[in-house]
Design a protein around this ligand. Structure first.
Ligand SMILES: Nc1nc2c(c(=O)[nH]1)N[C@H]1C(S)=C(S)[C@@H](COP(=O)(O)O)O[C@H]1N2
Ligand SMILES: [Mo]
Length: 188
C-alpha cells in the first residue's frame, strides 16, 4: 500500500471499554462435545475436537476492532489459529471462492476466501493473555480486523467453503456483505 491510511476508519469513535454485542442466545460450551467442522468445497473435510483444535499451530496477532454501530477498540491481542493454517489443512478446491462461517446462537456470516487468508485473520481462543470470555465469543471466535466486526463471528463451530458469497445474519437484514470500514460500507 503506497498511501499511509489513518488508523481510525471514518465516523468511528475509540472506546476503552469492550462492549458486548450480539443477538440471540449465548451457546453453552462443553469441551467434551464441542467440535469444529470444515465442509463444502474442500479436498480434505475435517472434524476436530476441542483438544485437537488446541494442538494446531498457534499465532499471536494484535489488531483493532471496528463495530458498524460506531465504536472501535484498539490493540486487541488475539491468540489462536491462523485462518491460513485451517485452509492449508483442508485444501480448498479451485471453485471455492468464499467461506460461510457458522456459529452457535444461530449466527452466520460469509467472506471471500482471499480476505480470510490475510495474515491478521485468525480463529481466536485467547484475548489479552486470558482465555477468551464466553460473552466475547469463547471458546472460539473469528477475527477479521479489516472488516466491520459483524464479520468476526463469535462461537464459531463450522466453516463451509462455497462458490458464491452467502448472506449472513446481519447481511440478510441489510448490512453490507463487503463491510470495509475504510470505505464505510455499512449497508448494502
Ligand atoms: N455469533 C455471533 N457473533 C457475533 C455477533 C452475534 O450477534 N453473534 N455480533 C457481531 C457484532 S455486530 C459485533 S460488533 C461483534 C461484537 O463482539 P464483542 O461482543 O466481543 O464486542 O461480534 C460480532 N459477532
Ligand atoms: Mo457490531
Amino acid at each position: 500500500m503506497s498511501q499511509k491510511r489513518r488508523r481510525i476508519p471514518p465516523n468511528q469513535r475509540v472506546t476503552s471499554k469492550f462492549p458486548v454485542l450480539h443477538e440471540g442466545f449465548m451457546p453453552k460450551f462443553d469441551p467434551k462435545t464441542w467440535d469444529f467442522v470444515v465442509e463444502g468445497l474442500v479436498k480434505n473435510p475435517v472434524r476436530l475436537t476441542y483438544e485437537e483444535f488446541l494442538r494446531l499451530p498457534k499465532v499471536v496477532s494484535v489488531s483493532d476492532f471496528h463495530c458498524v454501530t460506531g465504536w472501535s477498540k484498539l490493540d486487541n491481542k488475539w491468540e489462536g489459529v491462523a485462518f491460513k493454517t485451517i485452509s492449508d489443512l483442508v485444501k480448498p478446491l479451485k471453485e471455492a471462492r468464499c467461506v460461510t462461517v457458522v456459529a452457535g446462537g444461530d449466527y452466520a456470516t460469509s467472506l471471500p476466501l482471499e480476505d480470510l487468508l490475510d495474515d491478521d485473520v485468525l480463529l481466536a481462543y485467547r484475548l489479552d493473555d486470558k482465555p477468551l470470555e464466553p460473552e466475547h465469543g469463547g471458546p472460539l471466535r473469528l477475527v477479521v480486523p479489516k472488516k466491520y466486526a459483524y464479520k468476526s463471528a463469535k462461537w464459531v463451530r463450522k466453516l463451509r467453503f462455497t462458490e458464491e458469497q452467502e448472506l449472513g445474519y446481519w447481511e440478510k437484514r441489510g448490512y453490507s456483505n463487503t463491510a470495509d470500514p475504510w470505505k464505510e460500507e455499512r449497508y448494502a
